[in-house]
Write a protein that binds this ligand. Sequence first.
Ligand SMILES: [Zn+2]
Length: 480
Amino acid sequence: MFEAVIGLEIHAQLLTESKIFCGCSTRFGDPPNTNVCPVCLGLPGALPVLNRRAVEFAVRAGHALSCTVHETSIFARKNYFYPDLPKGYQISQYERPIATAGFIEYPAQAGVRRVGITRVHLEEDAGKSLHEGFPDSDQKTYLDFNRSGVPLIEIVSEPDLRSAAEAGEFFSRLRAILVAIGVNDGNMEEGSLRCDANVSVRPAGTAQFGTKTEVKNLNSFRYVQRALEYEIDRQIGVLRGGGRVVQETRLWDTGAGKTMSMRSKEEAHDYRYFPEPDVPPLTVDPAWIERIRESMPELPEARRRRFIEQYALPEYDAALLTQSPALAAYFEETAAAASNPKAASNWIMGDVLRKMNELGTGIEGVPLKPSALAGLIRLIDLGTITGPIAKEVFEKMWGSSRTAGDIVAAEGLARIDDDAAVEKAVRDVIAANEGAAAQYRAGKQQTFGFLVGQVMKATKGKANPALVNQMMRRILDTEL
Ligand SMILES: [Zn+2]
């Protein structure tokens, strides 16, 4: 038996307006090479000036990942040549990153899972090489420097993950945290969140690590899982066949569904890191670090636990409702206004999310306001309307400005609680279904539900179901 040992390196683009060392915009999707200046084009003599907001975001991430945030960190030059790196080096942090030694914790099947965070460091992104999409793409590569100098944090995990599924779960938790603290938009399609993985395998139960490979280009949760599953199997196959895993960088090929060798250890870059002479050591005021800590929003895991305690929600509801800060807020507003958290949860997880998915929007695009949904829940709890009618009212409220109360009043949908009216409806149904009534009296209990259903149908769902049941039973059991 073999076990996998996995650590992730995640690059997250920080949501600053401007780049890390110049005032150029970080906006995605602008025409190529329109957000550039001498600094981010690496022109001779241009000097970088550090973006304070980028530092603040890195500190936030450090706090959220329970790291030690350092008052002093040092930028370094990482030297390598690539056409989309005009300076010939990337400014990064190396030996003295801004935050180290953290962790994240979350519930898993075998209890609480804790995954170590080795470090968080600040760096600048490179430009983008465009290898396709042009008539002469078979001969030329085009370069877009809009991304050059966009601020990133690189988050390196400890090799604490033991399967592809665990790695996928960890990545998704990390993404939720970064989005919740407002430092990253979580958009993997646009490349603002990217993941590489270090993977090795070893006989289960041994302490020594096997030779690792680095798998790059894992730009979706699905690819992280599929690429790691493939790579783990590949390495186990090599070892079972009596071979040795070669330390190398491999690229996940989405189309082929496999990892391909990109470069071996011998070809690995020697980046010749040295302290960046153009950016002085970064020193941050401890009081500022503390102020940032105090301004941190509630993290997804803390919110999930609070939902279970404060609202007495089941684990499932709490996990689902805390998937995004906006959804959690929608729930909290509804629950508070309705004074019925579980009913609010049921409506949101069921009908609201269903309609939202039909619209193809997020919770922000849902036309039904929490206060309106709460109004509907209150009418049910007060006994003003029945369950089936509530569904009907919900459909009518969606996309309309009418309240549940308005709709019920205008369309005569209030519950029928009047004994005489319900009794008449019950007697009518029994008279019209003598066969079913006789079967019930002869001991066939199932027809009872059918008869009640007929009454609900006849009253268009408005009859008080408890009253119908009670009346139906009394008449069938005591009269012939
Ligand atoms: Zn610039």
